[in-house]
Structures are given as structure tokens and as C-alpha cells.
Design a protein around this ligand. Sequence first.
Ligand code: GLU
Length: 440
Amino acid sequence: MGKMLSNTRTYRVPPLIKQDRDRRFAAEGNPFEAMMSRFDEAATRLNLEPGLYKVLRAPEKQIIVSVPIARDNGEIEVFTGFRVLHNTSRGPAKGGIRFDMAVSLDEVKALAAWMTWKCAVVNLPFGGAKGGVICDPALMSDRELEKVTRRYTSAIIDTLGPESDVPAPDVNTNERVMAWIMDTYSMHKRHTVTGVVTGKPIAMGGSLGRKDATGRGCLVVTLAALAKKKMKVKGATVAVQGFGNVGSTAARLMSEAGMTIVAVSDKSGGVYNPKGLDIKDCLKWTGEKKFLDAYPKGKHITNEELLELKCDVLVPAALENVITSQNADNIKARIICEGANGPTTAQADAILDKKGVYVIPDILANAGGVTVSYFEWVQDRGGYFWDEKTVNERLEKIMKDSFAEVAAMSDEHDVSMRIGAYMLAISRVAAMHRMRGLYA
Ligand code: GLU
């Protein structure tokens, strides 16, 4: 018994990471409060009924699970996982799963609500959810990662299903993780269920175009914003924070569209070259060396410096709360395309608005990923698969139409694109609630 106990411990967030997270979130409210303050403003403008306001604020379901695994050295470790379903009135809950040391229930709650609004902005028949496990995949072997994924999946299995809750990749998760989730779920159901997750490998029911979809969506809305602001595409300068799936794809596609990518960064830091970076070369570098900090063809800058660079378009495509009241005044970009979820605090919004920065809000700007997730789910359920051209054309149409609808809402009510997007999303979810009524 003594040996067993000494061999068992609960995984704790290392103090430095916790300090950093607490500082970022404490300064301007945690992400759930940040999301809620925009929700409140949009709901007030929409004159939302008080009862419905209360219903839409409250997440439908919050699950906290322990995820015990035996590590490769035989030691037992207990991780903590979450899955939050915010609202499912418009359809199955949809949203990614992240594996990250900074995951917390408040963060997952905010991210789940953002998924509700995001799916509604682009008019997908989905509600919103998010999941996460507090862990650092970089410090785990493949075997340990697979165990965490499978044990977490089985712990939340009652909520999962193509008709009820459909996960996807998010920070530090990828198609391999989705494959394990799909297999674990299918083994429990005793038959193969491809439609239980999206962002899977193509060979097991994934969709062509899904991997690039979020970055491609960023490109489409940035082109629309440049046109609206009567700015040239060719030579427009772009700084991208984050070189994961979203940031690196956005940078690559924007450079292919003729824009000049002057800076990119990852968690190790960034590189700046006012004449433009060769993104394919940066990708080759990170493919071999992992991080950008030693990339030789540019000046080294910090993530904070990147945000304040002189450029036409800034794409924050990493984590939450990076544009705050501390640095918003120093931002020089004319357009911000939010590839990440929640990169701008509510306090920073007000400053950017005053400066006339045109912000394409996260729930619109990064909705390309969940849009192609929807295509994947449709293809899995129909058992009939589309070619990449069809996927990309349909994605482009949805992103362009949604941009136009949000812009029309913001013009009509004389509000920012962010509040316009929230108003559009809340009005769609609220309409569904009114029609369905309250079951009691
Ligand atoms: N994790 C992505 C997001 O935040 C994609 C979600 C999905 O495809 O379900 O939008």
C-alpha cells in the first residue's frame, strides 16, 4: 500500500506556467469573462429577452475527469481533463480538444461558447463544445500520448457521438490524436463510427482540405477586408504570430496570394525581414529544427515585438489574451485577422476601435476549420467524398458570404465587426431557442 501510494501522484501545472497563465488572465479578466463582455454588449443591442439571456450564458454541461495512465517508467500519473458543451440547440456540439499545460475549466468554458457563436456565424447546424487535458505532449512519449487520449476519450464517451458531440484538433492535437479517439469510440460501440471526430487522417474518413482550412479561411476574409479598405493585395505586408497549423498555413497561403510576410513567430520567438520571408523555407527549417529561434534569414524579435511591427495585416494565430490594454495602443497594423481564439481582450478592443484598426474577429476569421469539419462530418455520414477543389470552393463561398453578413450587421448597427459577428450569431441561436421553447 505504501509503495502504491508513493508511486501515485496527481499531475500539477508547473508553477512558472501557472504564474504566466494567471498573469495573462488576471490582468484583463479570464477568457470566459472576456467572451461574456462581448456577449453582453451584443445581447443588449439585440434586446435579448432576460430569460433567454440567462439560458445562453450558461454552459449546458461541464465534465471534469481524471485521466490516470502508467507512464513508460511504470509510474502512475493522473492528468485532469475537461469537456464542456456550451449550447446544442442548433445541432451536435462541435469543437476541438487541446492538450496544453495552460488548460483550465474557465478557458475551456470560454472556448466552448466561442464555438457556439462561431458555428452560428457561418451558419453550420452545430452547437459549441471544447475539451482539454492539462498536459504537455512535448514531454510525453507517443505511447503515453496515446494512453492519455484513449483514457480521456473513454472517460467522456457518454457525451461523444456523431449526433451529440464531435471533437476535432486544437492546440497540440492533430490527426493522429483524432484517429485514436475514433478508434476508442468505435471499439466501445462495436462498430466503426468515422463521424465521431473530424480532422482525421484522409484514409480513415478525413476530408481533403481540412488541414489547411483554418488558414485558408483567414486568407479569404483578409482578402475581403483588404477589398473593403481599398488596400492592395500585392505587396500588402503581413506579420503572423504563431507557426502551428493555423499560422503557418495562413502565412504560406497569403504569400502565395502575393502578400509579403514580414514576420513569423512561434513560442521560441520570431524572425523579421521587412523585404519578406520565404515561408516555404521557414517551414523547411521548422520541419527539421522544430523552432524558429535560430532561423538565420531575418532579424530576431520577441513575440511582443512582432505584434507592434509596422505592417498592413497582423495575424495573431497562437493563444488567447496577447493583445491587451498594455500593447493595443502600439499596434500599427490596419487590419487584424484573428487566427487564434480570443487573442484580443475586451479592453484592447476599445483601444483598437478608437484607433480605427479593422479587426476580423476570431469567431469569423478562424471559422474555416470548423466549416471543413462540417464538410467532413457530412461526407462521413453520406459515405461519399468530395475532391479538394469542391471542398475549397464551398469553404470560400461560406467564408465570403459570412464576412459580408457580418459586415452588413456591423454597418447597419454601427458597431465593430466583432460585435456585429456576435449579434449575428446570438440572433441565430436565440431564434432556434424561441422556436423550440423551453422543455420542462
Ligand atoms: N479547434 C478548431 C476551432 O477552434 C476547430 C473545431 C472543429 O473543427 O470542430 O475552431
